[in-house]
Design a protein around this ligand. Structure first.
Ligand code: OKP
Ligand code: ZN
Length: 357
């Protein structure tokens, strides 16, 4: 298993998020990656490789140009506005959390000139602070996922893991949320398709999302496309974040009809039940016959996760990895969520070991 990781994520160290109606310390912390890294360093068969720079224009095939411009420039512009209003907070301390959101069913959406309104235009929640280093960290995470794709595509390894944060699967074409700004799995899929198309007209990639939370961003991005199959096992959105997407009636649209498989599950789901849904996801992927598999992996299905609701146990993750390996596909794993600092390292390590067998 090749592992790609970068230190740039440290530059995004958010302090607070909105949770249950109040500001609480952030769950999505640099320490998450440090703990996993320490664990993988001690795990047999993990080969760490340096992240090489690559052209990043593929990002524009997934995300909206104005949205990318927003991500890249909002922090200094927000700080300038604070200063103009007499708030001299050090930019390093400033975290952007919007408070007013885009209204549904508009006939024409207008991006506000106020930075406060602008953040709400692009955001889907109040849990995703934009810090001074957020964009750089997200971009480094995307680059890690792209490096993993290149390694697998060039057959240097059968499996590669991008160990990074912030996560990506909640970021859609032009919106951010759930700690996510760029959708690394989606960009990696697009990068893989681009590489495959240099050699063949046939190119299909499957994305399997096993984070506890539904990957609404990934679903939205590929919803009408026939070349990417998206399967997700997650907490039912009727009771779990992100609340508005992830229902089983969402099967894709137009050319993408039948290419989206949602498997929502009840609160308290243990591995034995989870496994049956995972098998259905794997059947769907198998029928799609993809050239490669991208896994959005979250350790937040674990019973100890502080913000989720399933009951998987540490040993179950080796079985999960093993089951997915039965697809026998070139595989790229992208790190998504997982917030229990106590079990994070061992869960990721067991999963990856299960995957390589
Ligand atoms: C990101 B990933 C509910 C707060 C939910 C956002 C959770 C984002 C999870 N009151 N906070 O999928 O692990
Ligand atoms: Zn999650």
């Amino acid at each position: 298993m090749w592992v790609f990781t970068s230190e740039v994520h440290q530059d995004h160290a958010p302090r607070t998020e909105f949770f249950r109606g109040t500001l609480v310390p952030c769950f999505e912390l640099p320490l998450r990656i440090d703990l996993i890294k320490a664990h993988l360093n001690l795990t047999e068969s993990m080969d760490f490789h340096a992240v090489e720079p690559l052209a990043l224009d593929v990002i524009s095939q997934i995300h909206d140009g104005r949205y990318l411009e927003f991500l890249q420039t909002i922090h200094p512009r927000w700080c300038k506005q604070l200063e103009a209003e007499g708030d001299p907070t050090d930019p390093k301390e400033v975290e952007i959390l919007p408070h007013t959101f885009l209204t549904r069913h508009l006939d024409r959406e207008v991006v506000p000139t106020s930075v406060y309104g602008e953040a709400g235009y692009y955001a889907m929640d109040t849990a995703s602070p934009i810090t001074v280093g957020a964009f750089a960290a997200a971009r480094a995470a995307t680059l890690g996922a792209m490096n993993a794709v290149e390694a697998v595509y060039q057959e240097k390894t059968r499996n590669a893991f991008s160990l990074s944060r912030p996560p990506g699967h909640h970021a859609a074409h032009d919106s951010y949320g759930g700690y996510c700004f760029l959708n690394h799995a989606a960009i990696a899929a697009q990068h893989w398709l681009n590489l495959l198309r240099q050699r063949s007209t046939e190119a299909r990639i499957a994305i399997l999302d096993v984070d506890f939370h539904h990957g609404n961003g990934t679903q939205q991005i590929f919803y009408q496309r026939p070349d990417v199959y998206f399967a997700s096992v997650h907490g039912d959105p009727r009771w779990a974040y992100p609340y508005f997407l992830g229902h089983d009636h969402q099967t894709g649209r137009g050319e993408g009809e039948g290419m989206n498989l949602n498997l929502p599950l009840p609160a308290g789901t243990p591995w034995n039940d989870y496994r049956e849904s995972l098998k259905k996801a794997l059947q769907g992927i198998h029928r799609f016959a993809p050239h490669g598999l991208i896994i959005s992996f979250g350790a937040d299905t674990h019973e100890e996760d502080p913000i989720s609701g399933f009951r998987l146990q540490t040993d179950d993750y080796a079985a999960m990895g093993n089951l997915i390996a039965s697809l026998r596909l070139p595989t790229v794993v992208v790190m998504e969520g997982g917030y229990s600092l106590g079990i994070l390292g061992s869960v990721v390590s067991r999963f990856l070991q299960g995957l390589v067998g």
